[in-house]
Design a protein around this ligand. Structure first.
Ligand code: CA
Length: 219
């Protein structure tokens, strides 16, 4: 994972890059808006520091297009423009934060750390297995962007599988974790609910391992 710096001024590039690298971050640099947008779309980039005055595509436009494709990546805008109206416009266009030039490195670092902490919390609320994404806060599942409704029990069952992707879970383990210890082990409730899930998320995603149990796979 890396921080992408989109900036055309060598002095600022060197000062920010040196600082971030000595703070332990991997840094990628784009010198214009075209490269900045292309590189910002990579999922290897976990945060973008974006100058607004850029050759190629202006920073405002990079921000707008980046937001359409990667709505959750944190973006900190660097701007020489000190007008309040510009700041408000930037935040409305999807910047998470902004710094007015000239800024101190320690201030930039503090903003980056704050944004990465928040982003980490958002990530911890989802579990992804390939294109299947569980939103633990909303209790919904989406596949390739399409949200599918699950009952509370179905969601808990799928969450149990998703926390152990590729691992075989036995009927007894699933009963304990999803229905609670002591649930009647002779019941076929696991089989029934696995059937429900297969209908909703696609049969190929949950494999039966004969005599052992079930596992969640990426089809
Ligand atoms: Ca510039």
């Amino acid at each position: 994972m890396a921080i992408l710096l989109v900036e055309d001024e060598d002095g600022i590039i060197n000062f920010v890059r040196r600082g971030l690298e000595s703070a332990g971050y991997q840094v990628l640099v784009a010198n214009d808006g075209i490269d900045g947008l292309a590189m910002g779309l990579s999922t290897d980039v976990e945060l973008v520091v974006l100058d607004l005055g850029l050759p190629g595509i202006p920073g405002e436009e990079v921000l707008r297009r980046l937001r359409q494709r990667r709505p959750t990546v944190p973006v900190i805008v660097l701007t020489a423009k000190d007008a309040v109206a510009d700041r408000v416009a930037n935040l409305e266009a999807g910047a998470d934060d902004y710094l007015i030039k000239p800024f101190s490195f320690s201030e930039l670092l503090a903003r980056i750390r704050a944004r990465l902490r928040t982003a980490g919390q958002i990530r911890a609320d989802t579990i992804a297995v390939g294109d299947l994404i569980l939103d633990l806060a909303a209790r919904t599942v989406s596949i390739d962007g399409t949200v599918t409704e699950l009952s509370a029990r179905e969601f808990t069952l799928l969450e149990t599988f998703a926390r152990n992707p590729g691992h075989v879970l036995s009927q007894v383990q699933l009963l304990d974790r999803v229905w609670g210890y002591g649930f009647d082990g002779s019941s076929n409730v696991v089989e029934v609910y696995v059937g429900h899930l297969r209908r909703k998320i696609g049969a190929a995603r949950i494999q039966t391992v004969r005599g052992a149990g079930y596992r969640l796979v990426e089809p």
